[in-house]
Design a protein around this ligand. Structure first.
Ligand SMILES: [Zn+2]
Ligand SMILES: [Zn+2]
Length: 183
């Protein structure tokens, strides 16, 4: 396996006859797999476990992409993590530009952009430490997963995280608008 480009597969042999297929399992580090609140950790190498098949004008790739992710729970800010297992079905052609189909250059299929696209599309936008996370109390900031603080009038738990992050409330805005401006 090419260690500098672990996702590059040489397919000249495969392409000698339409219908030829073989399995490839490739794993490697990919940089930049991240969104605002979640990322594939730098040491975690995604896996592509796929069947390559020679088709007229290109190579089809079908299989599974697996990648772990880590981030901060949107509700309680504790570490959150999980594993993505994504079905992929893509086509590599000589005219491919990464839009409709991926490029097939010099009889090489590079699975890295396929893995990148699949993972970026499915990273959770609002990661949770667990589906039942109770979040932080918006009043006192207590982690309600650990104990009930007894505060009244719980609001939508999604707003709890915003309070903790120091989003300015209406009172602060009123005070600053009262202070004399430069005009
Ligand atoms: Zn949580
Ligand atoms: Zn509370």
């Amino acid at each position: 396996m090419n260690t500098r480009h672990p996702f590059v597969v040489h397919v000249a042999k495969l392409r000698r006859a339409v219908g030829t297929r073989w399995n490839e399992r490739r794993q490697g580090l990919i940089e930049g797999l991240e969104l605002a609140d979640v990322a594939v950790p730098g040491h975690a190498a995604p896996v592509a476990d796929v069947v390559l098949e020679s088709v007229l004008g290109g190579v089809s790739v079908t299989g599974t992409v697996t990648a772990s992710w880590a981030g901060e729970c949107r509700r309680c800010l504790a570490p959150a993590s999980g594993v993505l297992e994504l079905e992929v079905r893509e086509l590599y052609t000589e005219e491919g530009d990464g839009d409709e189909t991926y490029p097939l250059v010099d009889d090489e299929v590079d699975l890295e952009p396929l893995v990148r696209d699949a993972v970026l599309l499915e990273l959770p936008l609002a990661p949770l430490c667990g589906p039942d996370c109770l979040g932080l109390c918006p009043t006192c900031g207590a982690d309600r997963n650990e104990d009930a603080c007894g505060c009244e009038a719980p609001r939508d738990p999604r707003w709890g995280a915003l309070d903790v992050l120091g989003v300015p409330d209406a009172r602060v805005e009123t005070e600053s608008s009262r202070s004399p401006g430069p005009r």
